[in-house]
Design a protein around this ligand. Structure first.
Ligand SMILES: C[S@@+](CC[C@H](N)C(=O)[O-])C[C@H]1O[C@@H](n2cnc3c(N)ncnc32)[C@H](O)[C@@H]1O
Length: 311
């Protein structure tokens, strides 16, 4: 009985500290945690969100390959459909295409989105990749906000009742890769960092002010940067200590520690850092020093690019 009381108190305290980070800073970051554990935690804490960004490794190149990739990602999509109305699933076109036939019953395809970039350096033989795919999936109750893309002239027409149709944004989003001096101020050294502007378009379509976005494989924290730029809230986690430090430094937040009693109850393991390490083609700009991170301010700009685009 005493233990049960303690448990309830620990869950409530954790939910309160997540809520208070979201209220005060707009971003809450969990300590390193596996994606499936973090989604079980969100369900247990009853933290519903409007949008989930799911940008896993792509089963090719960085992050390696897993035989059960499709079953694995599908089970994450199933979990996500219980906590989020919209889900964005990233990947290479030839890989994400396979999910269309095996989507969980609760989710259906809203749009096939393409991030298009022209500046992938030409160092491979054959076709030079210039796109990544992102499936926009949603539950039936998920709202869309194409009106968030109206310009001043269109807004004024709308106010006067003279807007004859709602011009939605295009499903191809053109933004350059963060390589060399392009997007230098955003670059963190994460091997697969997406441009903030790409995420902003997706969040504008699916959220309004103060809505919650979750990103349980958050990498360098692009979801948080984009969400802050738009006045949304973001709850992030990644299983890597290195990337958790990266988000702390990029966004200026500190990780929230999950109480032991909550871990025990939900069977949440500490991710083994020797298993989560990936081999990148460039030196990260964050160095891990215990639980803090230090930026190498004078380092050279990145002259490399996402390694998987080379494979
Ligand atoms: C493609 S990257 C995400 C990049 C991110 N969107 C950005 O813009 O920086 C994939 C991320 O998933 C994380 N990841 C891979 N497996 C995971 C797991 N089982 N649980 C939690 N995070 C995981 C990796 O550490 C990596 O940071």
């Amino acid at each position: 009985m005493k233990n049960e009381k303690k448990q309830i108190g620990a869950f409530a305290a954790l939910k309160k500290s997540i809520q208070s980070e979201l209220d005060q800073r707009g971003v809450a970051l969990l300590e390193p945690i596996d994606v499936q554990d973090s989604l079980r935690l969100m369900k247990a804490l009853s933290i519903p969100s409007e949008v989930a960004m799911l940008d896993p490794w792509y089963n090719k190149g960085v992050g390696g390959e897993r035989e059960d990739y499709f079953e694995y990602i599908t089970s994450i999509l199933e979990q996500l459909s219980g906590v989020s109305k919209h889900v964005f699933l990233w990947g290479f076109p030839e890989i994400v295409a396979n999910f269309l036939a095996i989507l969980p019953a609760e989710l259906s395809l809203v749009a096939w989105l393409t991030w298009y970039y022209k500046n992938n350096p030409s160092v491979i033989r054959g076709w030079r990749s210039s796109q990544m795919a992102c499936l926009h999936l949603s539950r039936k109750d998920a709202p869309l906000y194409p009106q968030h893309f109206l310009n001043d002239a269109q807004l004024s027409l709308q106010e006067r009742g003279k807007l004859r149709y709602m011009p939605g944004p295009t499903s191809v989003i053109e933004e350059p890769l963060l390589v060399g001096f392009v997007g230098r101020s955003q670059q963190t050294g994460h091997p697969s960092q997406k441009p903030e502007k790409v995420y902003e378009r997706m969040f504008m379509m699916t959220t309004k002010s103060n809505d919650l976005i979750i990103d349980p494989m958050c990498g360098s924290g692009t979801s948080a940067a984009a969400s802050l730029a738009l006045g949304r809230k973001a709850l992030l986690s990644d299983h890597s200590e290195e990337y958790t430090c990266m988000v702390e430094e990029r966004i200026g937040v500190r990780r929230i520690i999950i109480p032991e009693i909550v871990r025990d109850e939900l069977h949440i393991e500490y991710p083994r850092q020797d298993l989560v390490k990936v081999h990148t083609n460039k030196k990260p700009k964050t160095k891990t020093l215990g639980k803090s991170a230090v930026r190498e301010k004078d380092s050279e700009p990145s002259l490399t690019f996402p390694q998987e685009l080379l494979d």
